[in-house]
Design a protein around this ligand. Structure first.
Ligand SMILES: C[S@@+](CC[C@H](N)C(=O)[O-])C[C@H]1O[C@@H](n2cnc3c(N)ncnc32)[C@H](O)[C@@H]1O
Length: 210
């Protein structure tokens, strides 16, 4: 089976467990700071942000709480159900970030937290091209991903009963080079504190320059 379909099947299965874990406040404080940084770089009231791979929608809420407007998209129906129950007034849509059903130049910014690592490396250019198309010149893409090398299906027996998900790993320079090819300049980057998140996660902010 296609690795994306398999990964989405897993999210449909683990949605409620996943959301219980990620709604822990020790994550939220850090994540909110990174969202604030995105909105700071945009410095425009009511910036429209695409929450790509929104999962449970907690970030969609934080974007709006901090003065932005947000649309959350995800491919997993059960994650979208979680998002809708957490935030009934939120705008959540089923959509693949490899093929965005939005007009060009629609968004001021894109927030992709822990979602692009589920895109096969061979499709990553497609995603960045779509991010570029739907964001306006001067727009910001903020993303987090797992630091490392390689890609493949992973099923950790200790997490989510060993349900398989696809992961692609990148190093910072690789991501910078990929986004650079599509006219994005790196603005800032930082590593998530491992003692909080457990994993080796990288956060990066890019500005669409052309
Ligand atoms: C690790 S979760 C992250 C969710 C949320 N952004 C967060 O930070 O907790 C990854 C999410 O990306 C979604 N996803 C994976 N591939 C996707 C794709 N091609 N298009 C849209 N969503 C996708 C999954 O369904 C899942 O909800």
């Amino acid at each position: 089976m296609d690795v994306v379909r398999q990964t989405i099947q897993t999210y449909d299965k683990i949605a409620s467990d996943y959301c219980n874990k990620t709604r822990q406040s020790r994550f939220l404080e850090w994540e909110e700071n990174y969202i604030k940084r995105l909105l700071f770089f945009l410095s425009k009231p009511q910036s429209l942000i695409l929450d790509a791979g929104c999962g449970d929608g907690r970030h969609t809420i934080l974007i709006e709480k901090n003065g932005g407007r947000a649309i959350g998209i995800d491919l997993s129906e059960n994650m979208l159900k979680e998002a809708k129950s957490l935030y009934p007034d939120g705008d959540f849509r089923k959509m693949d970030m490899r093929k965005l059903l939005f007009d060009s130049d629609s968004f001021d910014g894109i927030w992709a937290s822990g979602s692009i690592y589920h895109v096969p490396k061979s499709d990553m250019r497609k995603v960045i091209k779509e991010f570029r198309r739907v964001s306006r010149v001067g727009g910001i893409v903020a993303l987090s991903f797992k630091l490392g090398i390689g890609e493949g299906m992973e099923a950790n027996p200790k997490s989510y009963s060993g349900s398989p998900r696809y992961f692609a790993y990148y190093i910072r320079g690789e991501m910078k080079e990929l986004f650079g090819r599509f006219g994005f300049d790196e603005l800032e980057s930082c590593t998530y504190p491992e003692e909080i998140f457990g994993d080796n996660n990288q956060q990066m902010w890019f500005r669409r320059s052309v």
